[in-house]
Design a protein around this ligand. Structure first.
Ligand code: IPM
Ligand code: MG
Length: 366
């Protein structure tokens, strides 16, 4: 198992260390695991002068899977997006052709009261947001801030999707729906934007190949409302890069905290980049209070998608569940009567649960 580890900035570093610990504990010595650490984001900017050094791209290319923490530093606010630390991640997704971002949103029953929404609204939520990652306003040209003939500045970004890009993400959506409850909701803004008219047309065309999947469409404004009003009506949501970015943060609150949301960015083969949905949270970085569970659950997604290790993936998810059941909480999901722990201690609890389970399995087998 060749894994590139890219901790990145802020709490990215802290939570990635916990995910690495969990991976080591669940895989054990049975399978050789080679982890290579590489720089990305602000750390890379400071040392190499670019948020995505060539060496990091090489290491990521050679790896079967990439575990990433997050990229972005406070200084990003004062420089153009293309020079920022967060841009390292965007370029890596593009360079590796990782175009389908899977962001599953499930609520652990133990966290029912951690959500800001009413328990009856979120109880049993289990949906999957598939966000396109390589196109849209994120990459469309022209872009920039230009001086017009009138001497005033103009900010320009271009919403851009090719038919081919929409087709492949639509297939990701339909195929995921086939593995789940066979419902796909495509989210667009085709009442206003031509790019999104094409989006809808192509999704409908691709849908003809999946007659078993019930396809529906929502405009993004309505989708954001339904997500909060009745999230249980969704199975799989497929959407573009910008709308997916926004909707997945909103959906995080269905899972109690954005600190619980893992993600996988996949391309044409099994290679994937796995990262928590939350960012680098500079305000709480270095304080040992960030929730490492999204990173640990991302590692579980890696075992499942890139390595086909379903059983190991499930073991990690069960360990997270049992730690929550035992009443351990980080600050973001803190509850009266529970034990509030820091990042490292939460990671330790997950490792303990994994080892406990392994011992029990050995005892049962002998
Ligand atoms: C995400 C993040 C990134 C994005 C940022 C850090 C560039 O918000 O992964 O959702 O916008 O894609
Ligand atoms: Mg985001």
């Amino acid at each position: 198992m060749k894994i590139a580890v890219l901790p990145g900035d802020g709490i990215g570093k802290e939570v990635t260390a916990q995910a690495v610990k969990a991976l080591r504990a669940v895989v054990g010595n049975a399978i050789p695991m080679e982890m290579t650490e590489a720089a990305i984001g602000g750390a890379a900017l400071d040392t190499v002068g670019t948020a995505l050094p060539e060496e990091t791209v090489e290491i990521a290319r050679k790896a079967d899977a990439i575990l990433l923490g997050g990229t972005g530093v406070p200084e990003d606010e004062h420089r153009p997006p293309k020079d920022g630390a967060g841009n390292g991640l965007l370029r890596l997704r593009k360079a590796l052709g990782l175009y389908a971002n899977f962001r599953p949103v499930t609520l652990f029953p133990e966290l029912l009261s951690a959500s800001t929404l009413k328990p009856e609204v979120v109880d049993g939520v289990d949906l999957l947001i598939i966000r396109e990652l390589n196109g849209d306003l994120y990459f469309g040209e022209p872009r920039g801030i230009f001086k017009g003939d009138d001497g005033k500045r103009y900010g320009i970004n271009t919403m851009h999707y090719s038919e081919g890009e929409i087709e492949r993400i639509a297939h990701s959506g339909f195929q995921a729906a086939m593995r789940r409850n066979r419902k796909l909701c495509s989210v667009d803004k085709s009442n206003v934007l031509e790019t999104m008219m094409l989006w809808r047309e192509v999704v409908i065309e691709v849908g003809k190949q999946y007659p078993e999947v019930e396809l529906s469409h929502l405009y993004v404004d309505a989708a954001s409302m339904v997500l909060i009003r009745n999230p249980k009506q969704f199975d799989v949501i497929v959407t573009g890069n910008v709308f997916g970015d926004i909707l997945s943060d909103a959906a995080a609150m269905l899972a109690g905290s954005i600190g619980m949301l893992p993600s996988a960015s996949l391309g044409a083969n099994n290679k994937g980049l796995y990262e928590p949905v939350h960012g680098t949270a500079p305000d709480i970085a270095g304080k040992d209070i960030a929730n490492p569970l999204a990173a640990i659950l991302s590692a579980a997604m890696m075992l499942r998608h890139s390595f086909g290790m379903e059983e190991h993936a499930a073991r990690v998810e069960n360990a997270v569940r049992s730690v929550l059941r035992d009443g351990f909480r980080t600050a973001d999901i803190r509850e009266p009567g529970c034990t509030t722990v820091g990042t490292v201690a939460m990671g330790d609890e997950v490792v303990k649960a994994l080892l406990r389970e392994a011992t029990q399995a050995t005892v049962a087998a002998s």
